[in-house]
Design a protein around this ligand. Structure first.
Ligand code: FAD
Length: 551
């Protein structure tokens, strides 16, 4: 039977739903209502057009209203806001934002894809700040570009170190501005563990950005030209990008009395159906299940919104489809580096009380004899008993997205951590090594799980470290600075090449914590020591991981 399906919100989730619905059902009436001017635009590209990296503004519009109408025979109404849903009468109120007229529209099924709104708390002076912008859509982007072109700001302050803040920071630096990034937490990008985020901090400050952590805004003064921080510090600002997070745009859901979570997101089942059987909801406005922890969470990401749109359309058309959950897999460019993560972090696992172990490695992105290789710092978390992979984080200039995607796939398909050694990867010197970093994770996990190697991660090491800890640095002489200040304090130094001949210098009644620069030679030293009867433990990721943990 032909239906009348109303989609509210016409961008990531909404446009996908509309297209899928039409492909499945040529005859139903499909109405797409969008309060803005554009449908199907690339929010993710907005920071890069501001920075001039994406030059052509039109390329951000993935599908125009005319194209979508003719291709899919959809009734698209832009500049139209749905202001109320009446589930009893099965109609919605639509306001034409150009004429200010309102009218009712009936429906058989609704899909809500209204997205999220930037969080903007009532900080004193925020409304008066003339140079303060949030970034969600094309008009926001246009406003920022116009301000930059007319006011020529030199001093930009980005408030919030999440994805949008980080991307804006980079693009403003690209435009030649002096940029300060202010983040209230002790680290940027909360999905990373502290020692990984220290690497991100280094990337940021290396580019001349002033990074202020553990501090938030208490007041905007002089129409935003002065920001007073909670610490009392005052920073000057020509331009402010305010990006402290998003919240679900749930105003409509409230009018329909839909069940909401405590964070205000719409509750949905795994068919993307809300508490009302004729209303579906998708994208940033809903909470979904985390695939590892089964916790309900917001995953404000484009991939989940698109997949959920397809699932809602399938279910509306009688093709049963379920959303299996999210790993919140994400990647971002931070200047010349790439940072990516999937699944749960160590701090999240600790909060949940999960038993876990971790692996840190810093292999090269591809064979070191082929030009252009660079290290990938990779952390993988897993259950040492069941070998279930819980999560992964990676940082490097090349090959990060590939490794994070493989690990996301491994978590999804319940591949055991030791099975990673068995996977055939495409290899030629410009792309990888015969032992891909993902294979290396499998090797290290096998060594740990079978007791061939005993290792400790830097977080745990720092916790147990005291003046009695016996630490052995096995790096070669040429790796140490003349002042010996690039070492873990008080460590004994015996280069690996001399180790077998100097075993008599080492204690037999004490644990020996061994480290090299990246963790690989530390493992070799640990194996040598173990086979000579010493109680040796390798410090995972070596001095590089220690350095970032310590900061
Ligand atoms: P949206 O795509 O935001 O669409 C919601 C639409 O609903 C809006 O156009 C809004 O006008 C409309 N609407 C709201 N209320 C009504 C109403 N009452 N009536 C009619 N229309 C209404 N994700 C990634 O995975 N990777 C990235 O790199 C990335 N970068 C991003 C960069 C920026 C600057 C931004 C803002 C987001 C980024 N995201 C990224 C997030 C991603 O864009 C969102 O997760 C995704 O767009 C959510 O899709 P959605 O359909 O839920 O909402």
């Amino acid at each position: 039977m032909n239906k009348k399906i109303l989609i509210i919100g016409g961008v990531a989730g909404g446009a996908t739903t509309a297209a899928r619905l039409r492909r499945l059902d040529e005859f139903s009436e499909i109405i797409l209502v969008e309060k803005g001017e554009f449908i199907s635009f690339a929010n993710c590209g907005l920071p890069y057009h501001i920075g001039g990296i994406i030059e052509d503004r039109d390329s951000l519009i993935v599908e125009s209203v005319d194209n979508m109408t003719s291709k899919f025979n959809i009734d698209i109404r832009v500049f139209s806001e749905v202001t109320e849903i009446d589930p009893e009468a099965k109609n919605v109120t639509v306001k034409n934002l150009i004429t200010n007229e309102t009218y009712k529209e009936t429906y058989d099924k609704i899909v809500i894809s209204t997205g999220s709104l930037p969080v903007k708390p009532r900080i004193p002076g925020i409304e008066e700040a003339k140079n303060l912008f949030t970034l969600r859509n094309i008009p926001d982007m246009d406003n920022i570009i116009e301000f930059i072109n007319t006011e020529k700001p030199r001093n930009a302050i980005v408030i919030g170190g999440g994805f949008i803040g980080i991307e804006m920071m980079e693009n403003l630096v690209h435009l030649g501005m002096s940029v300060t990034l202010i983040e209230m937490a002790p680290q940027v990008m909360g999905m990373f563990d502290s020692e990984m985020s220290e690497m991100i901090h280094q990337i940021i400050t290396d580019q001349g950005v002033q990074l202020i952590l553990n501090d938030g805004v208490s007041e905007f003064k002089q129409q935003g030209n002065e920001i007073v921080l909670k610490s009392g510090a005052v920073v000057k600002a020509d331009l402010i990008i305010f990006a402290i997070g998003v919240r679900p745009d749930n105003a409509l859901a409230k009018t329909a009395n839909l069940d909401l979570t405590d964070k205000g997101a719409i509750k949905v089942d795994n068919h993307m159906k809300t508490s009302n059987p004729d209303i579906y909801a998708i994208g940033d406005v809903v909470e979904v299940m985390h695939s590892v922890s089964n916790e309900s969470m917001m995953a404000a990401l484009a991939g989940p919104a698109n997949r959920q749109g397809r699932i809602a359309a399938n279910n509306i058309c009688g093709i049963e489809d379920i959303y299996t959950g999210t790993l919140a897999t994400s990647v971002a460019k931070v200047f010349n580096q790439v940072v990516g993560s999937t699944g749960l972090s160590e701090k999240h696992l600790k909060r949940l009380g999960y038993e876990f172990d971790s692996i840190y490695i810093h292999p090269n992105s591809h064979a070191s004899y082929y030009p252009g290789y660079s290290p990938v710092s990779l952390k993988v978390l897993y259950n040492p008993n069941t070998e279930e992979i819980y999560g992964a984080q990676a940082i490097g200039s090349d090959g990060v997205d590939k490794r994070i995607d493989v690990l996301s796939m491994a978590i999804y398909s319940k591949t055991k951590v030791t099975d990673l050694k068995n996977i055939d990867f495409a290899y030629a010197p410009p792309f990888s090594s015969a032992k891909d970093p993902i294979n290396m994770v499998g090797y290290v996990a096998e060594n740990k799980i079978k007791g061939i190697s005993t290792s400790i991660n830097v977080k745990q090491f720092v916790e147990i470290l005291d003046e009695r800890t016996y630490i052995l640095d096995i790096r070669e002489h040429k790796e140490l600075t003349p002042l010996f200040d690039n070492r873990i304090k008080e460590s004994k130094h015996i280069p690996l090449s001399e180790l077998r001949n100097r075993l008599n210098e080492l204690p037999r009644n004490q644990k020996i914590y061994v480290y090299c620069q990246l963790g690989t030679r530390g493992y070799l030293a640990e194996r040598i020591l173990k086979q000579h009867g010493f109680d040796a433990v390798n410090i995972e990721g070596g001095y590089k991981s220690f350095l970032y943990q310590k900061k």
